[in-house]
Design a protein around this ligand. Structure first.
Ligand code: KPL
Length: 306
């Protein structure tokens, strides 16, 4: 049976653990102890309770079990490197990692740092936590898996196959970098504005915010052009990026975006992983990124108050 360690028992980590169990051997690892009896509510609203192997990092280190087939890192972007460091001493350097982070910070860093294969996953599956023992699988989505250098296609296929068998539809792709940047574009246009203004995604359509969304997308479109990234439907003009962003806003109108949830809980946001790569790219290519810089500074001021 394939064994998977999942570092980070947040919403995606628990969704993965519930889905892969009992098809695969699961170890869900967190910094603090969580109940082993965990419940997932399916997209159809049915609760399912399972006894999962949930342990703390120190318990894992003490036990030093046989190395897993995959180590999934499902922490926030800025905690991914520390999560890897916490287990690096007890796994072979050839162990495949799977990175589930938003943005484009952890992925290039860990790809460079880790000698073994580093797969990146991007998913549209929706999940949120309801407490220490509950997660809601709010919406079925699709997961794409691949590595930044396109060297591990067979491994990506093996993982995509297992995820699909586990009920999380997944496809191995050879353009994961573009897909991560496309998601970055959407996250940059939505997350900072909703987090700073305390609003649901759909409210961005209102007259008070629509112009600000368009100003962000204008800069993002310039950066994507410089990076050679096309919008998902093809096309790299402002129109293609605006269409994508407005479509996601429409489809997620009722969502409380992840960055707003972080701000409400007074947690550090993923601004470094979402705005950071875009601003650095803009600076590198001489593309205007004043609006993005402004959002980053506003978020920094907000976080300083936590
Ligand atoms: O991915 C998201 C997030 O909340 O981080 C969006 C697309 C903004 C949906 O809420």
């Amino acid at each position: 049976m394939t064994s998977h360690w999942i570092l980070g028992p947040g919403a995606i980590g628990r969704l993965l653990a519930h889905s892969l169990y009992p098809l695969a051997d699961i170890t869900l690892v967190g910094r603090r102890a969580l109940p082993e009896q965990q419940t997932i509510t399916t997209p159809e609203g049915e609760p399912r309770s399972q006894h999962l192997n949930v342990i703390t990092t120190s318990q894992l280190l003490a036990k030093a079990p046989a190395p897993p087939a995959f180590v999934h890192i499902t922490t926030k972007a800025m905690a991914a490197e520390a999560a890897l460091e916490s287990v690096a001493g007890i796994i072979p350097a050839t162990t495949p990692l799977v990175l589930w982070q938003n943005g484009f910070l952890a992925q290039p860093r860990l790809t460079e740092l880790w000698p073994g294969p580093v797969l990146c996953a991007t998913t549209t599956a929706g999940a949120y936590l309801t407490g220490d023992n509950g997660v809601v699988h709010a919406g079925r989505g699709h997961t794409f898996v691949g590595d930044l250098e396109n060297r591990h296609g067979a491994l990506a296929q093996q993982l995509a196959h297992q995820l699909t068998q586990a009920g999380l539809a997944a496809t191995a792709v050879d353009d994961i970098r573009s897909r991560l940047w496309q998601k970055l574009a959407v996250n940059a246009a939505i997350n900072p504005l909703v987090a700073l203004n305390g609003i649901r995604n759909g409210e961005l359509r209102g007259a008070a915010y629509a112009g600000r969304v368009e100003a962000v997308v204008k800069e993002v479109a310039g950066i994507m052009l410089a990076e050679g990234i096309q919008a998902p439907g093809g096309g790299n003009g402002l129109g293609a990026w605006l269409a994508l962003v407005w479509d996601v806003i429409e489809k997620t109108a009722n969502n409380k975006a992840s960055m707003l949830q972080d701000v409400e809980a007074e947690r550090l946001t993923e601004r470094g992983a979402i705005l950071g790569p875009l601003i650095q790219s803009g600076e590198r290519h001489g593309v205007d990124c004043e609006v993005l810089r402004g959002l980053d500074s506003e978020l920094a001021v907000l976080e300083a108050g936590f």
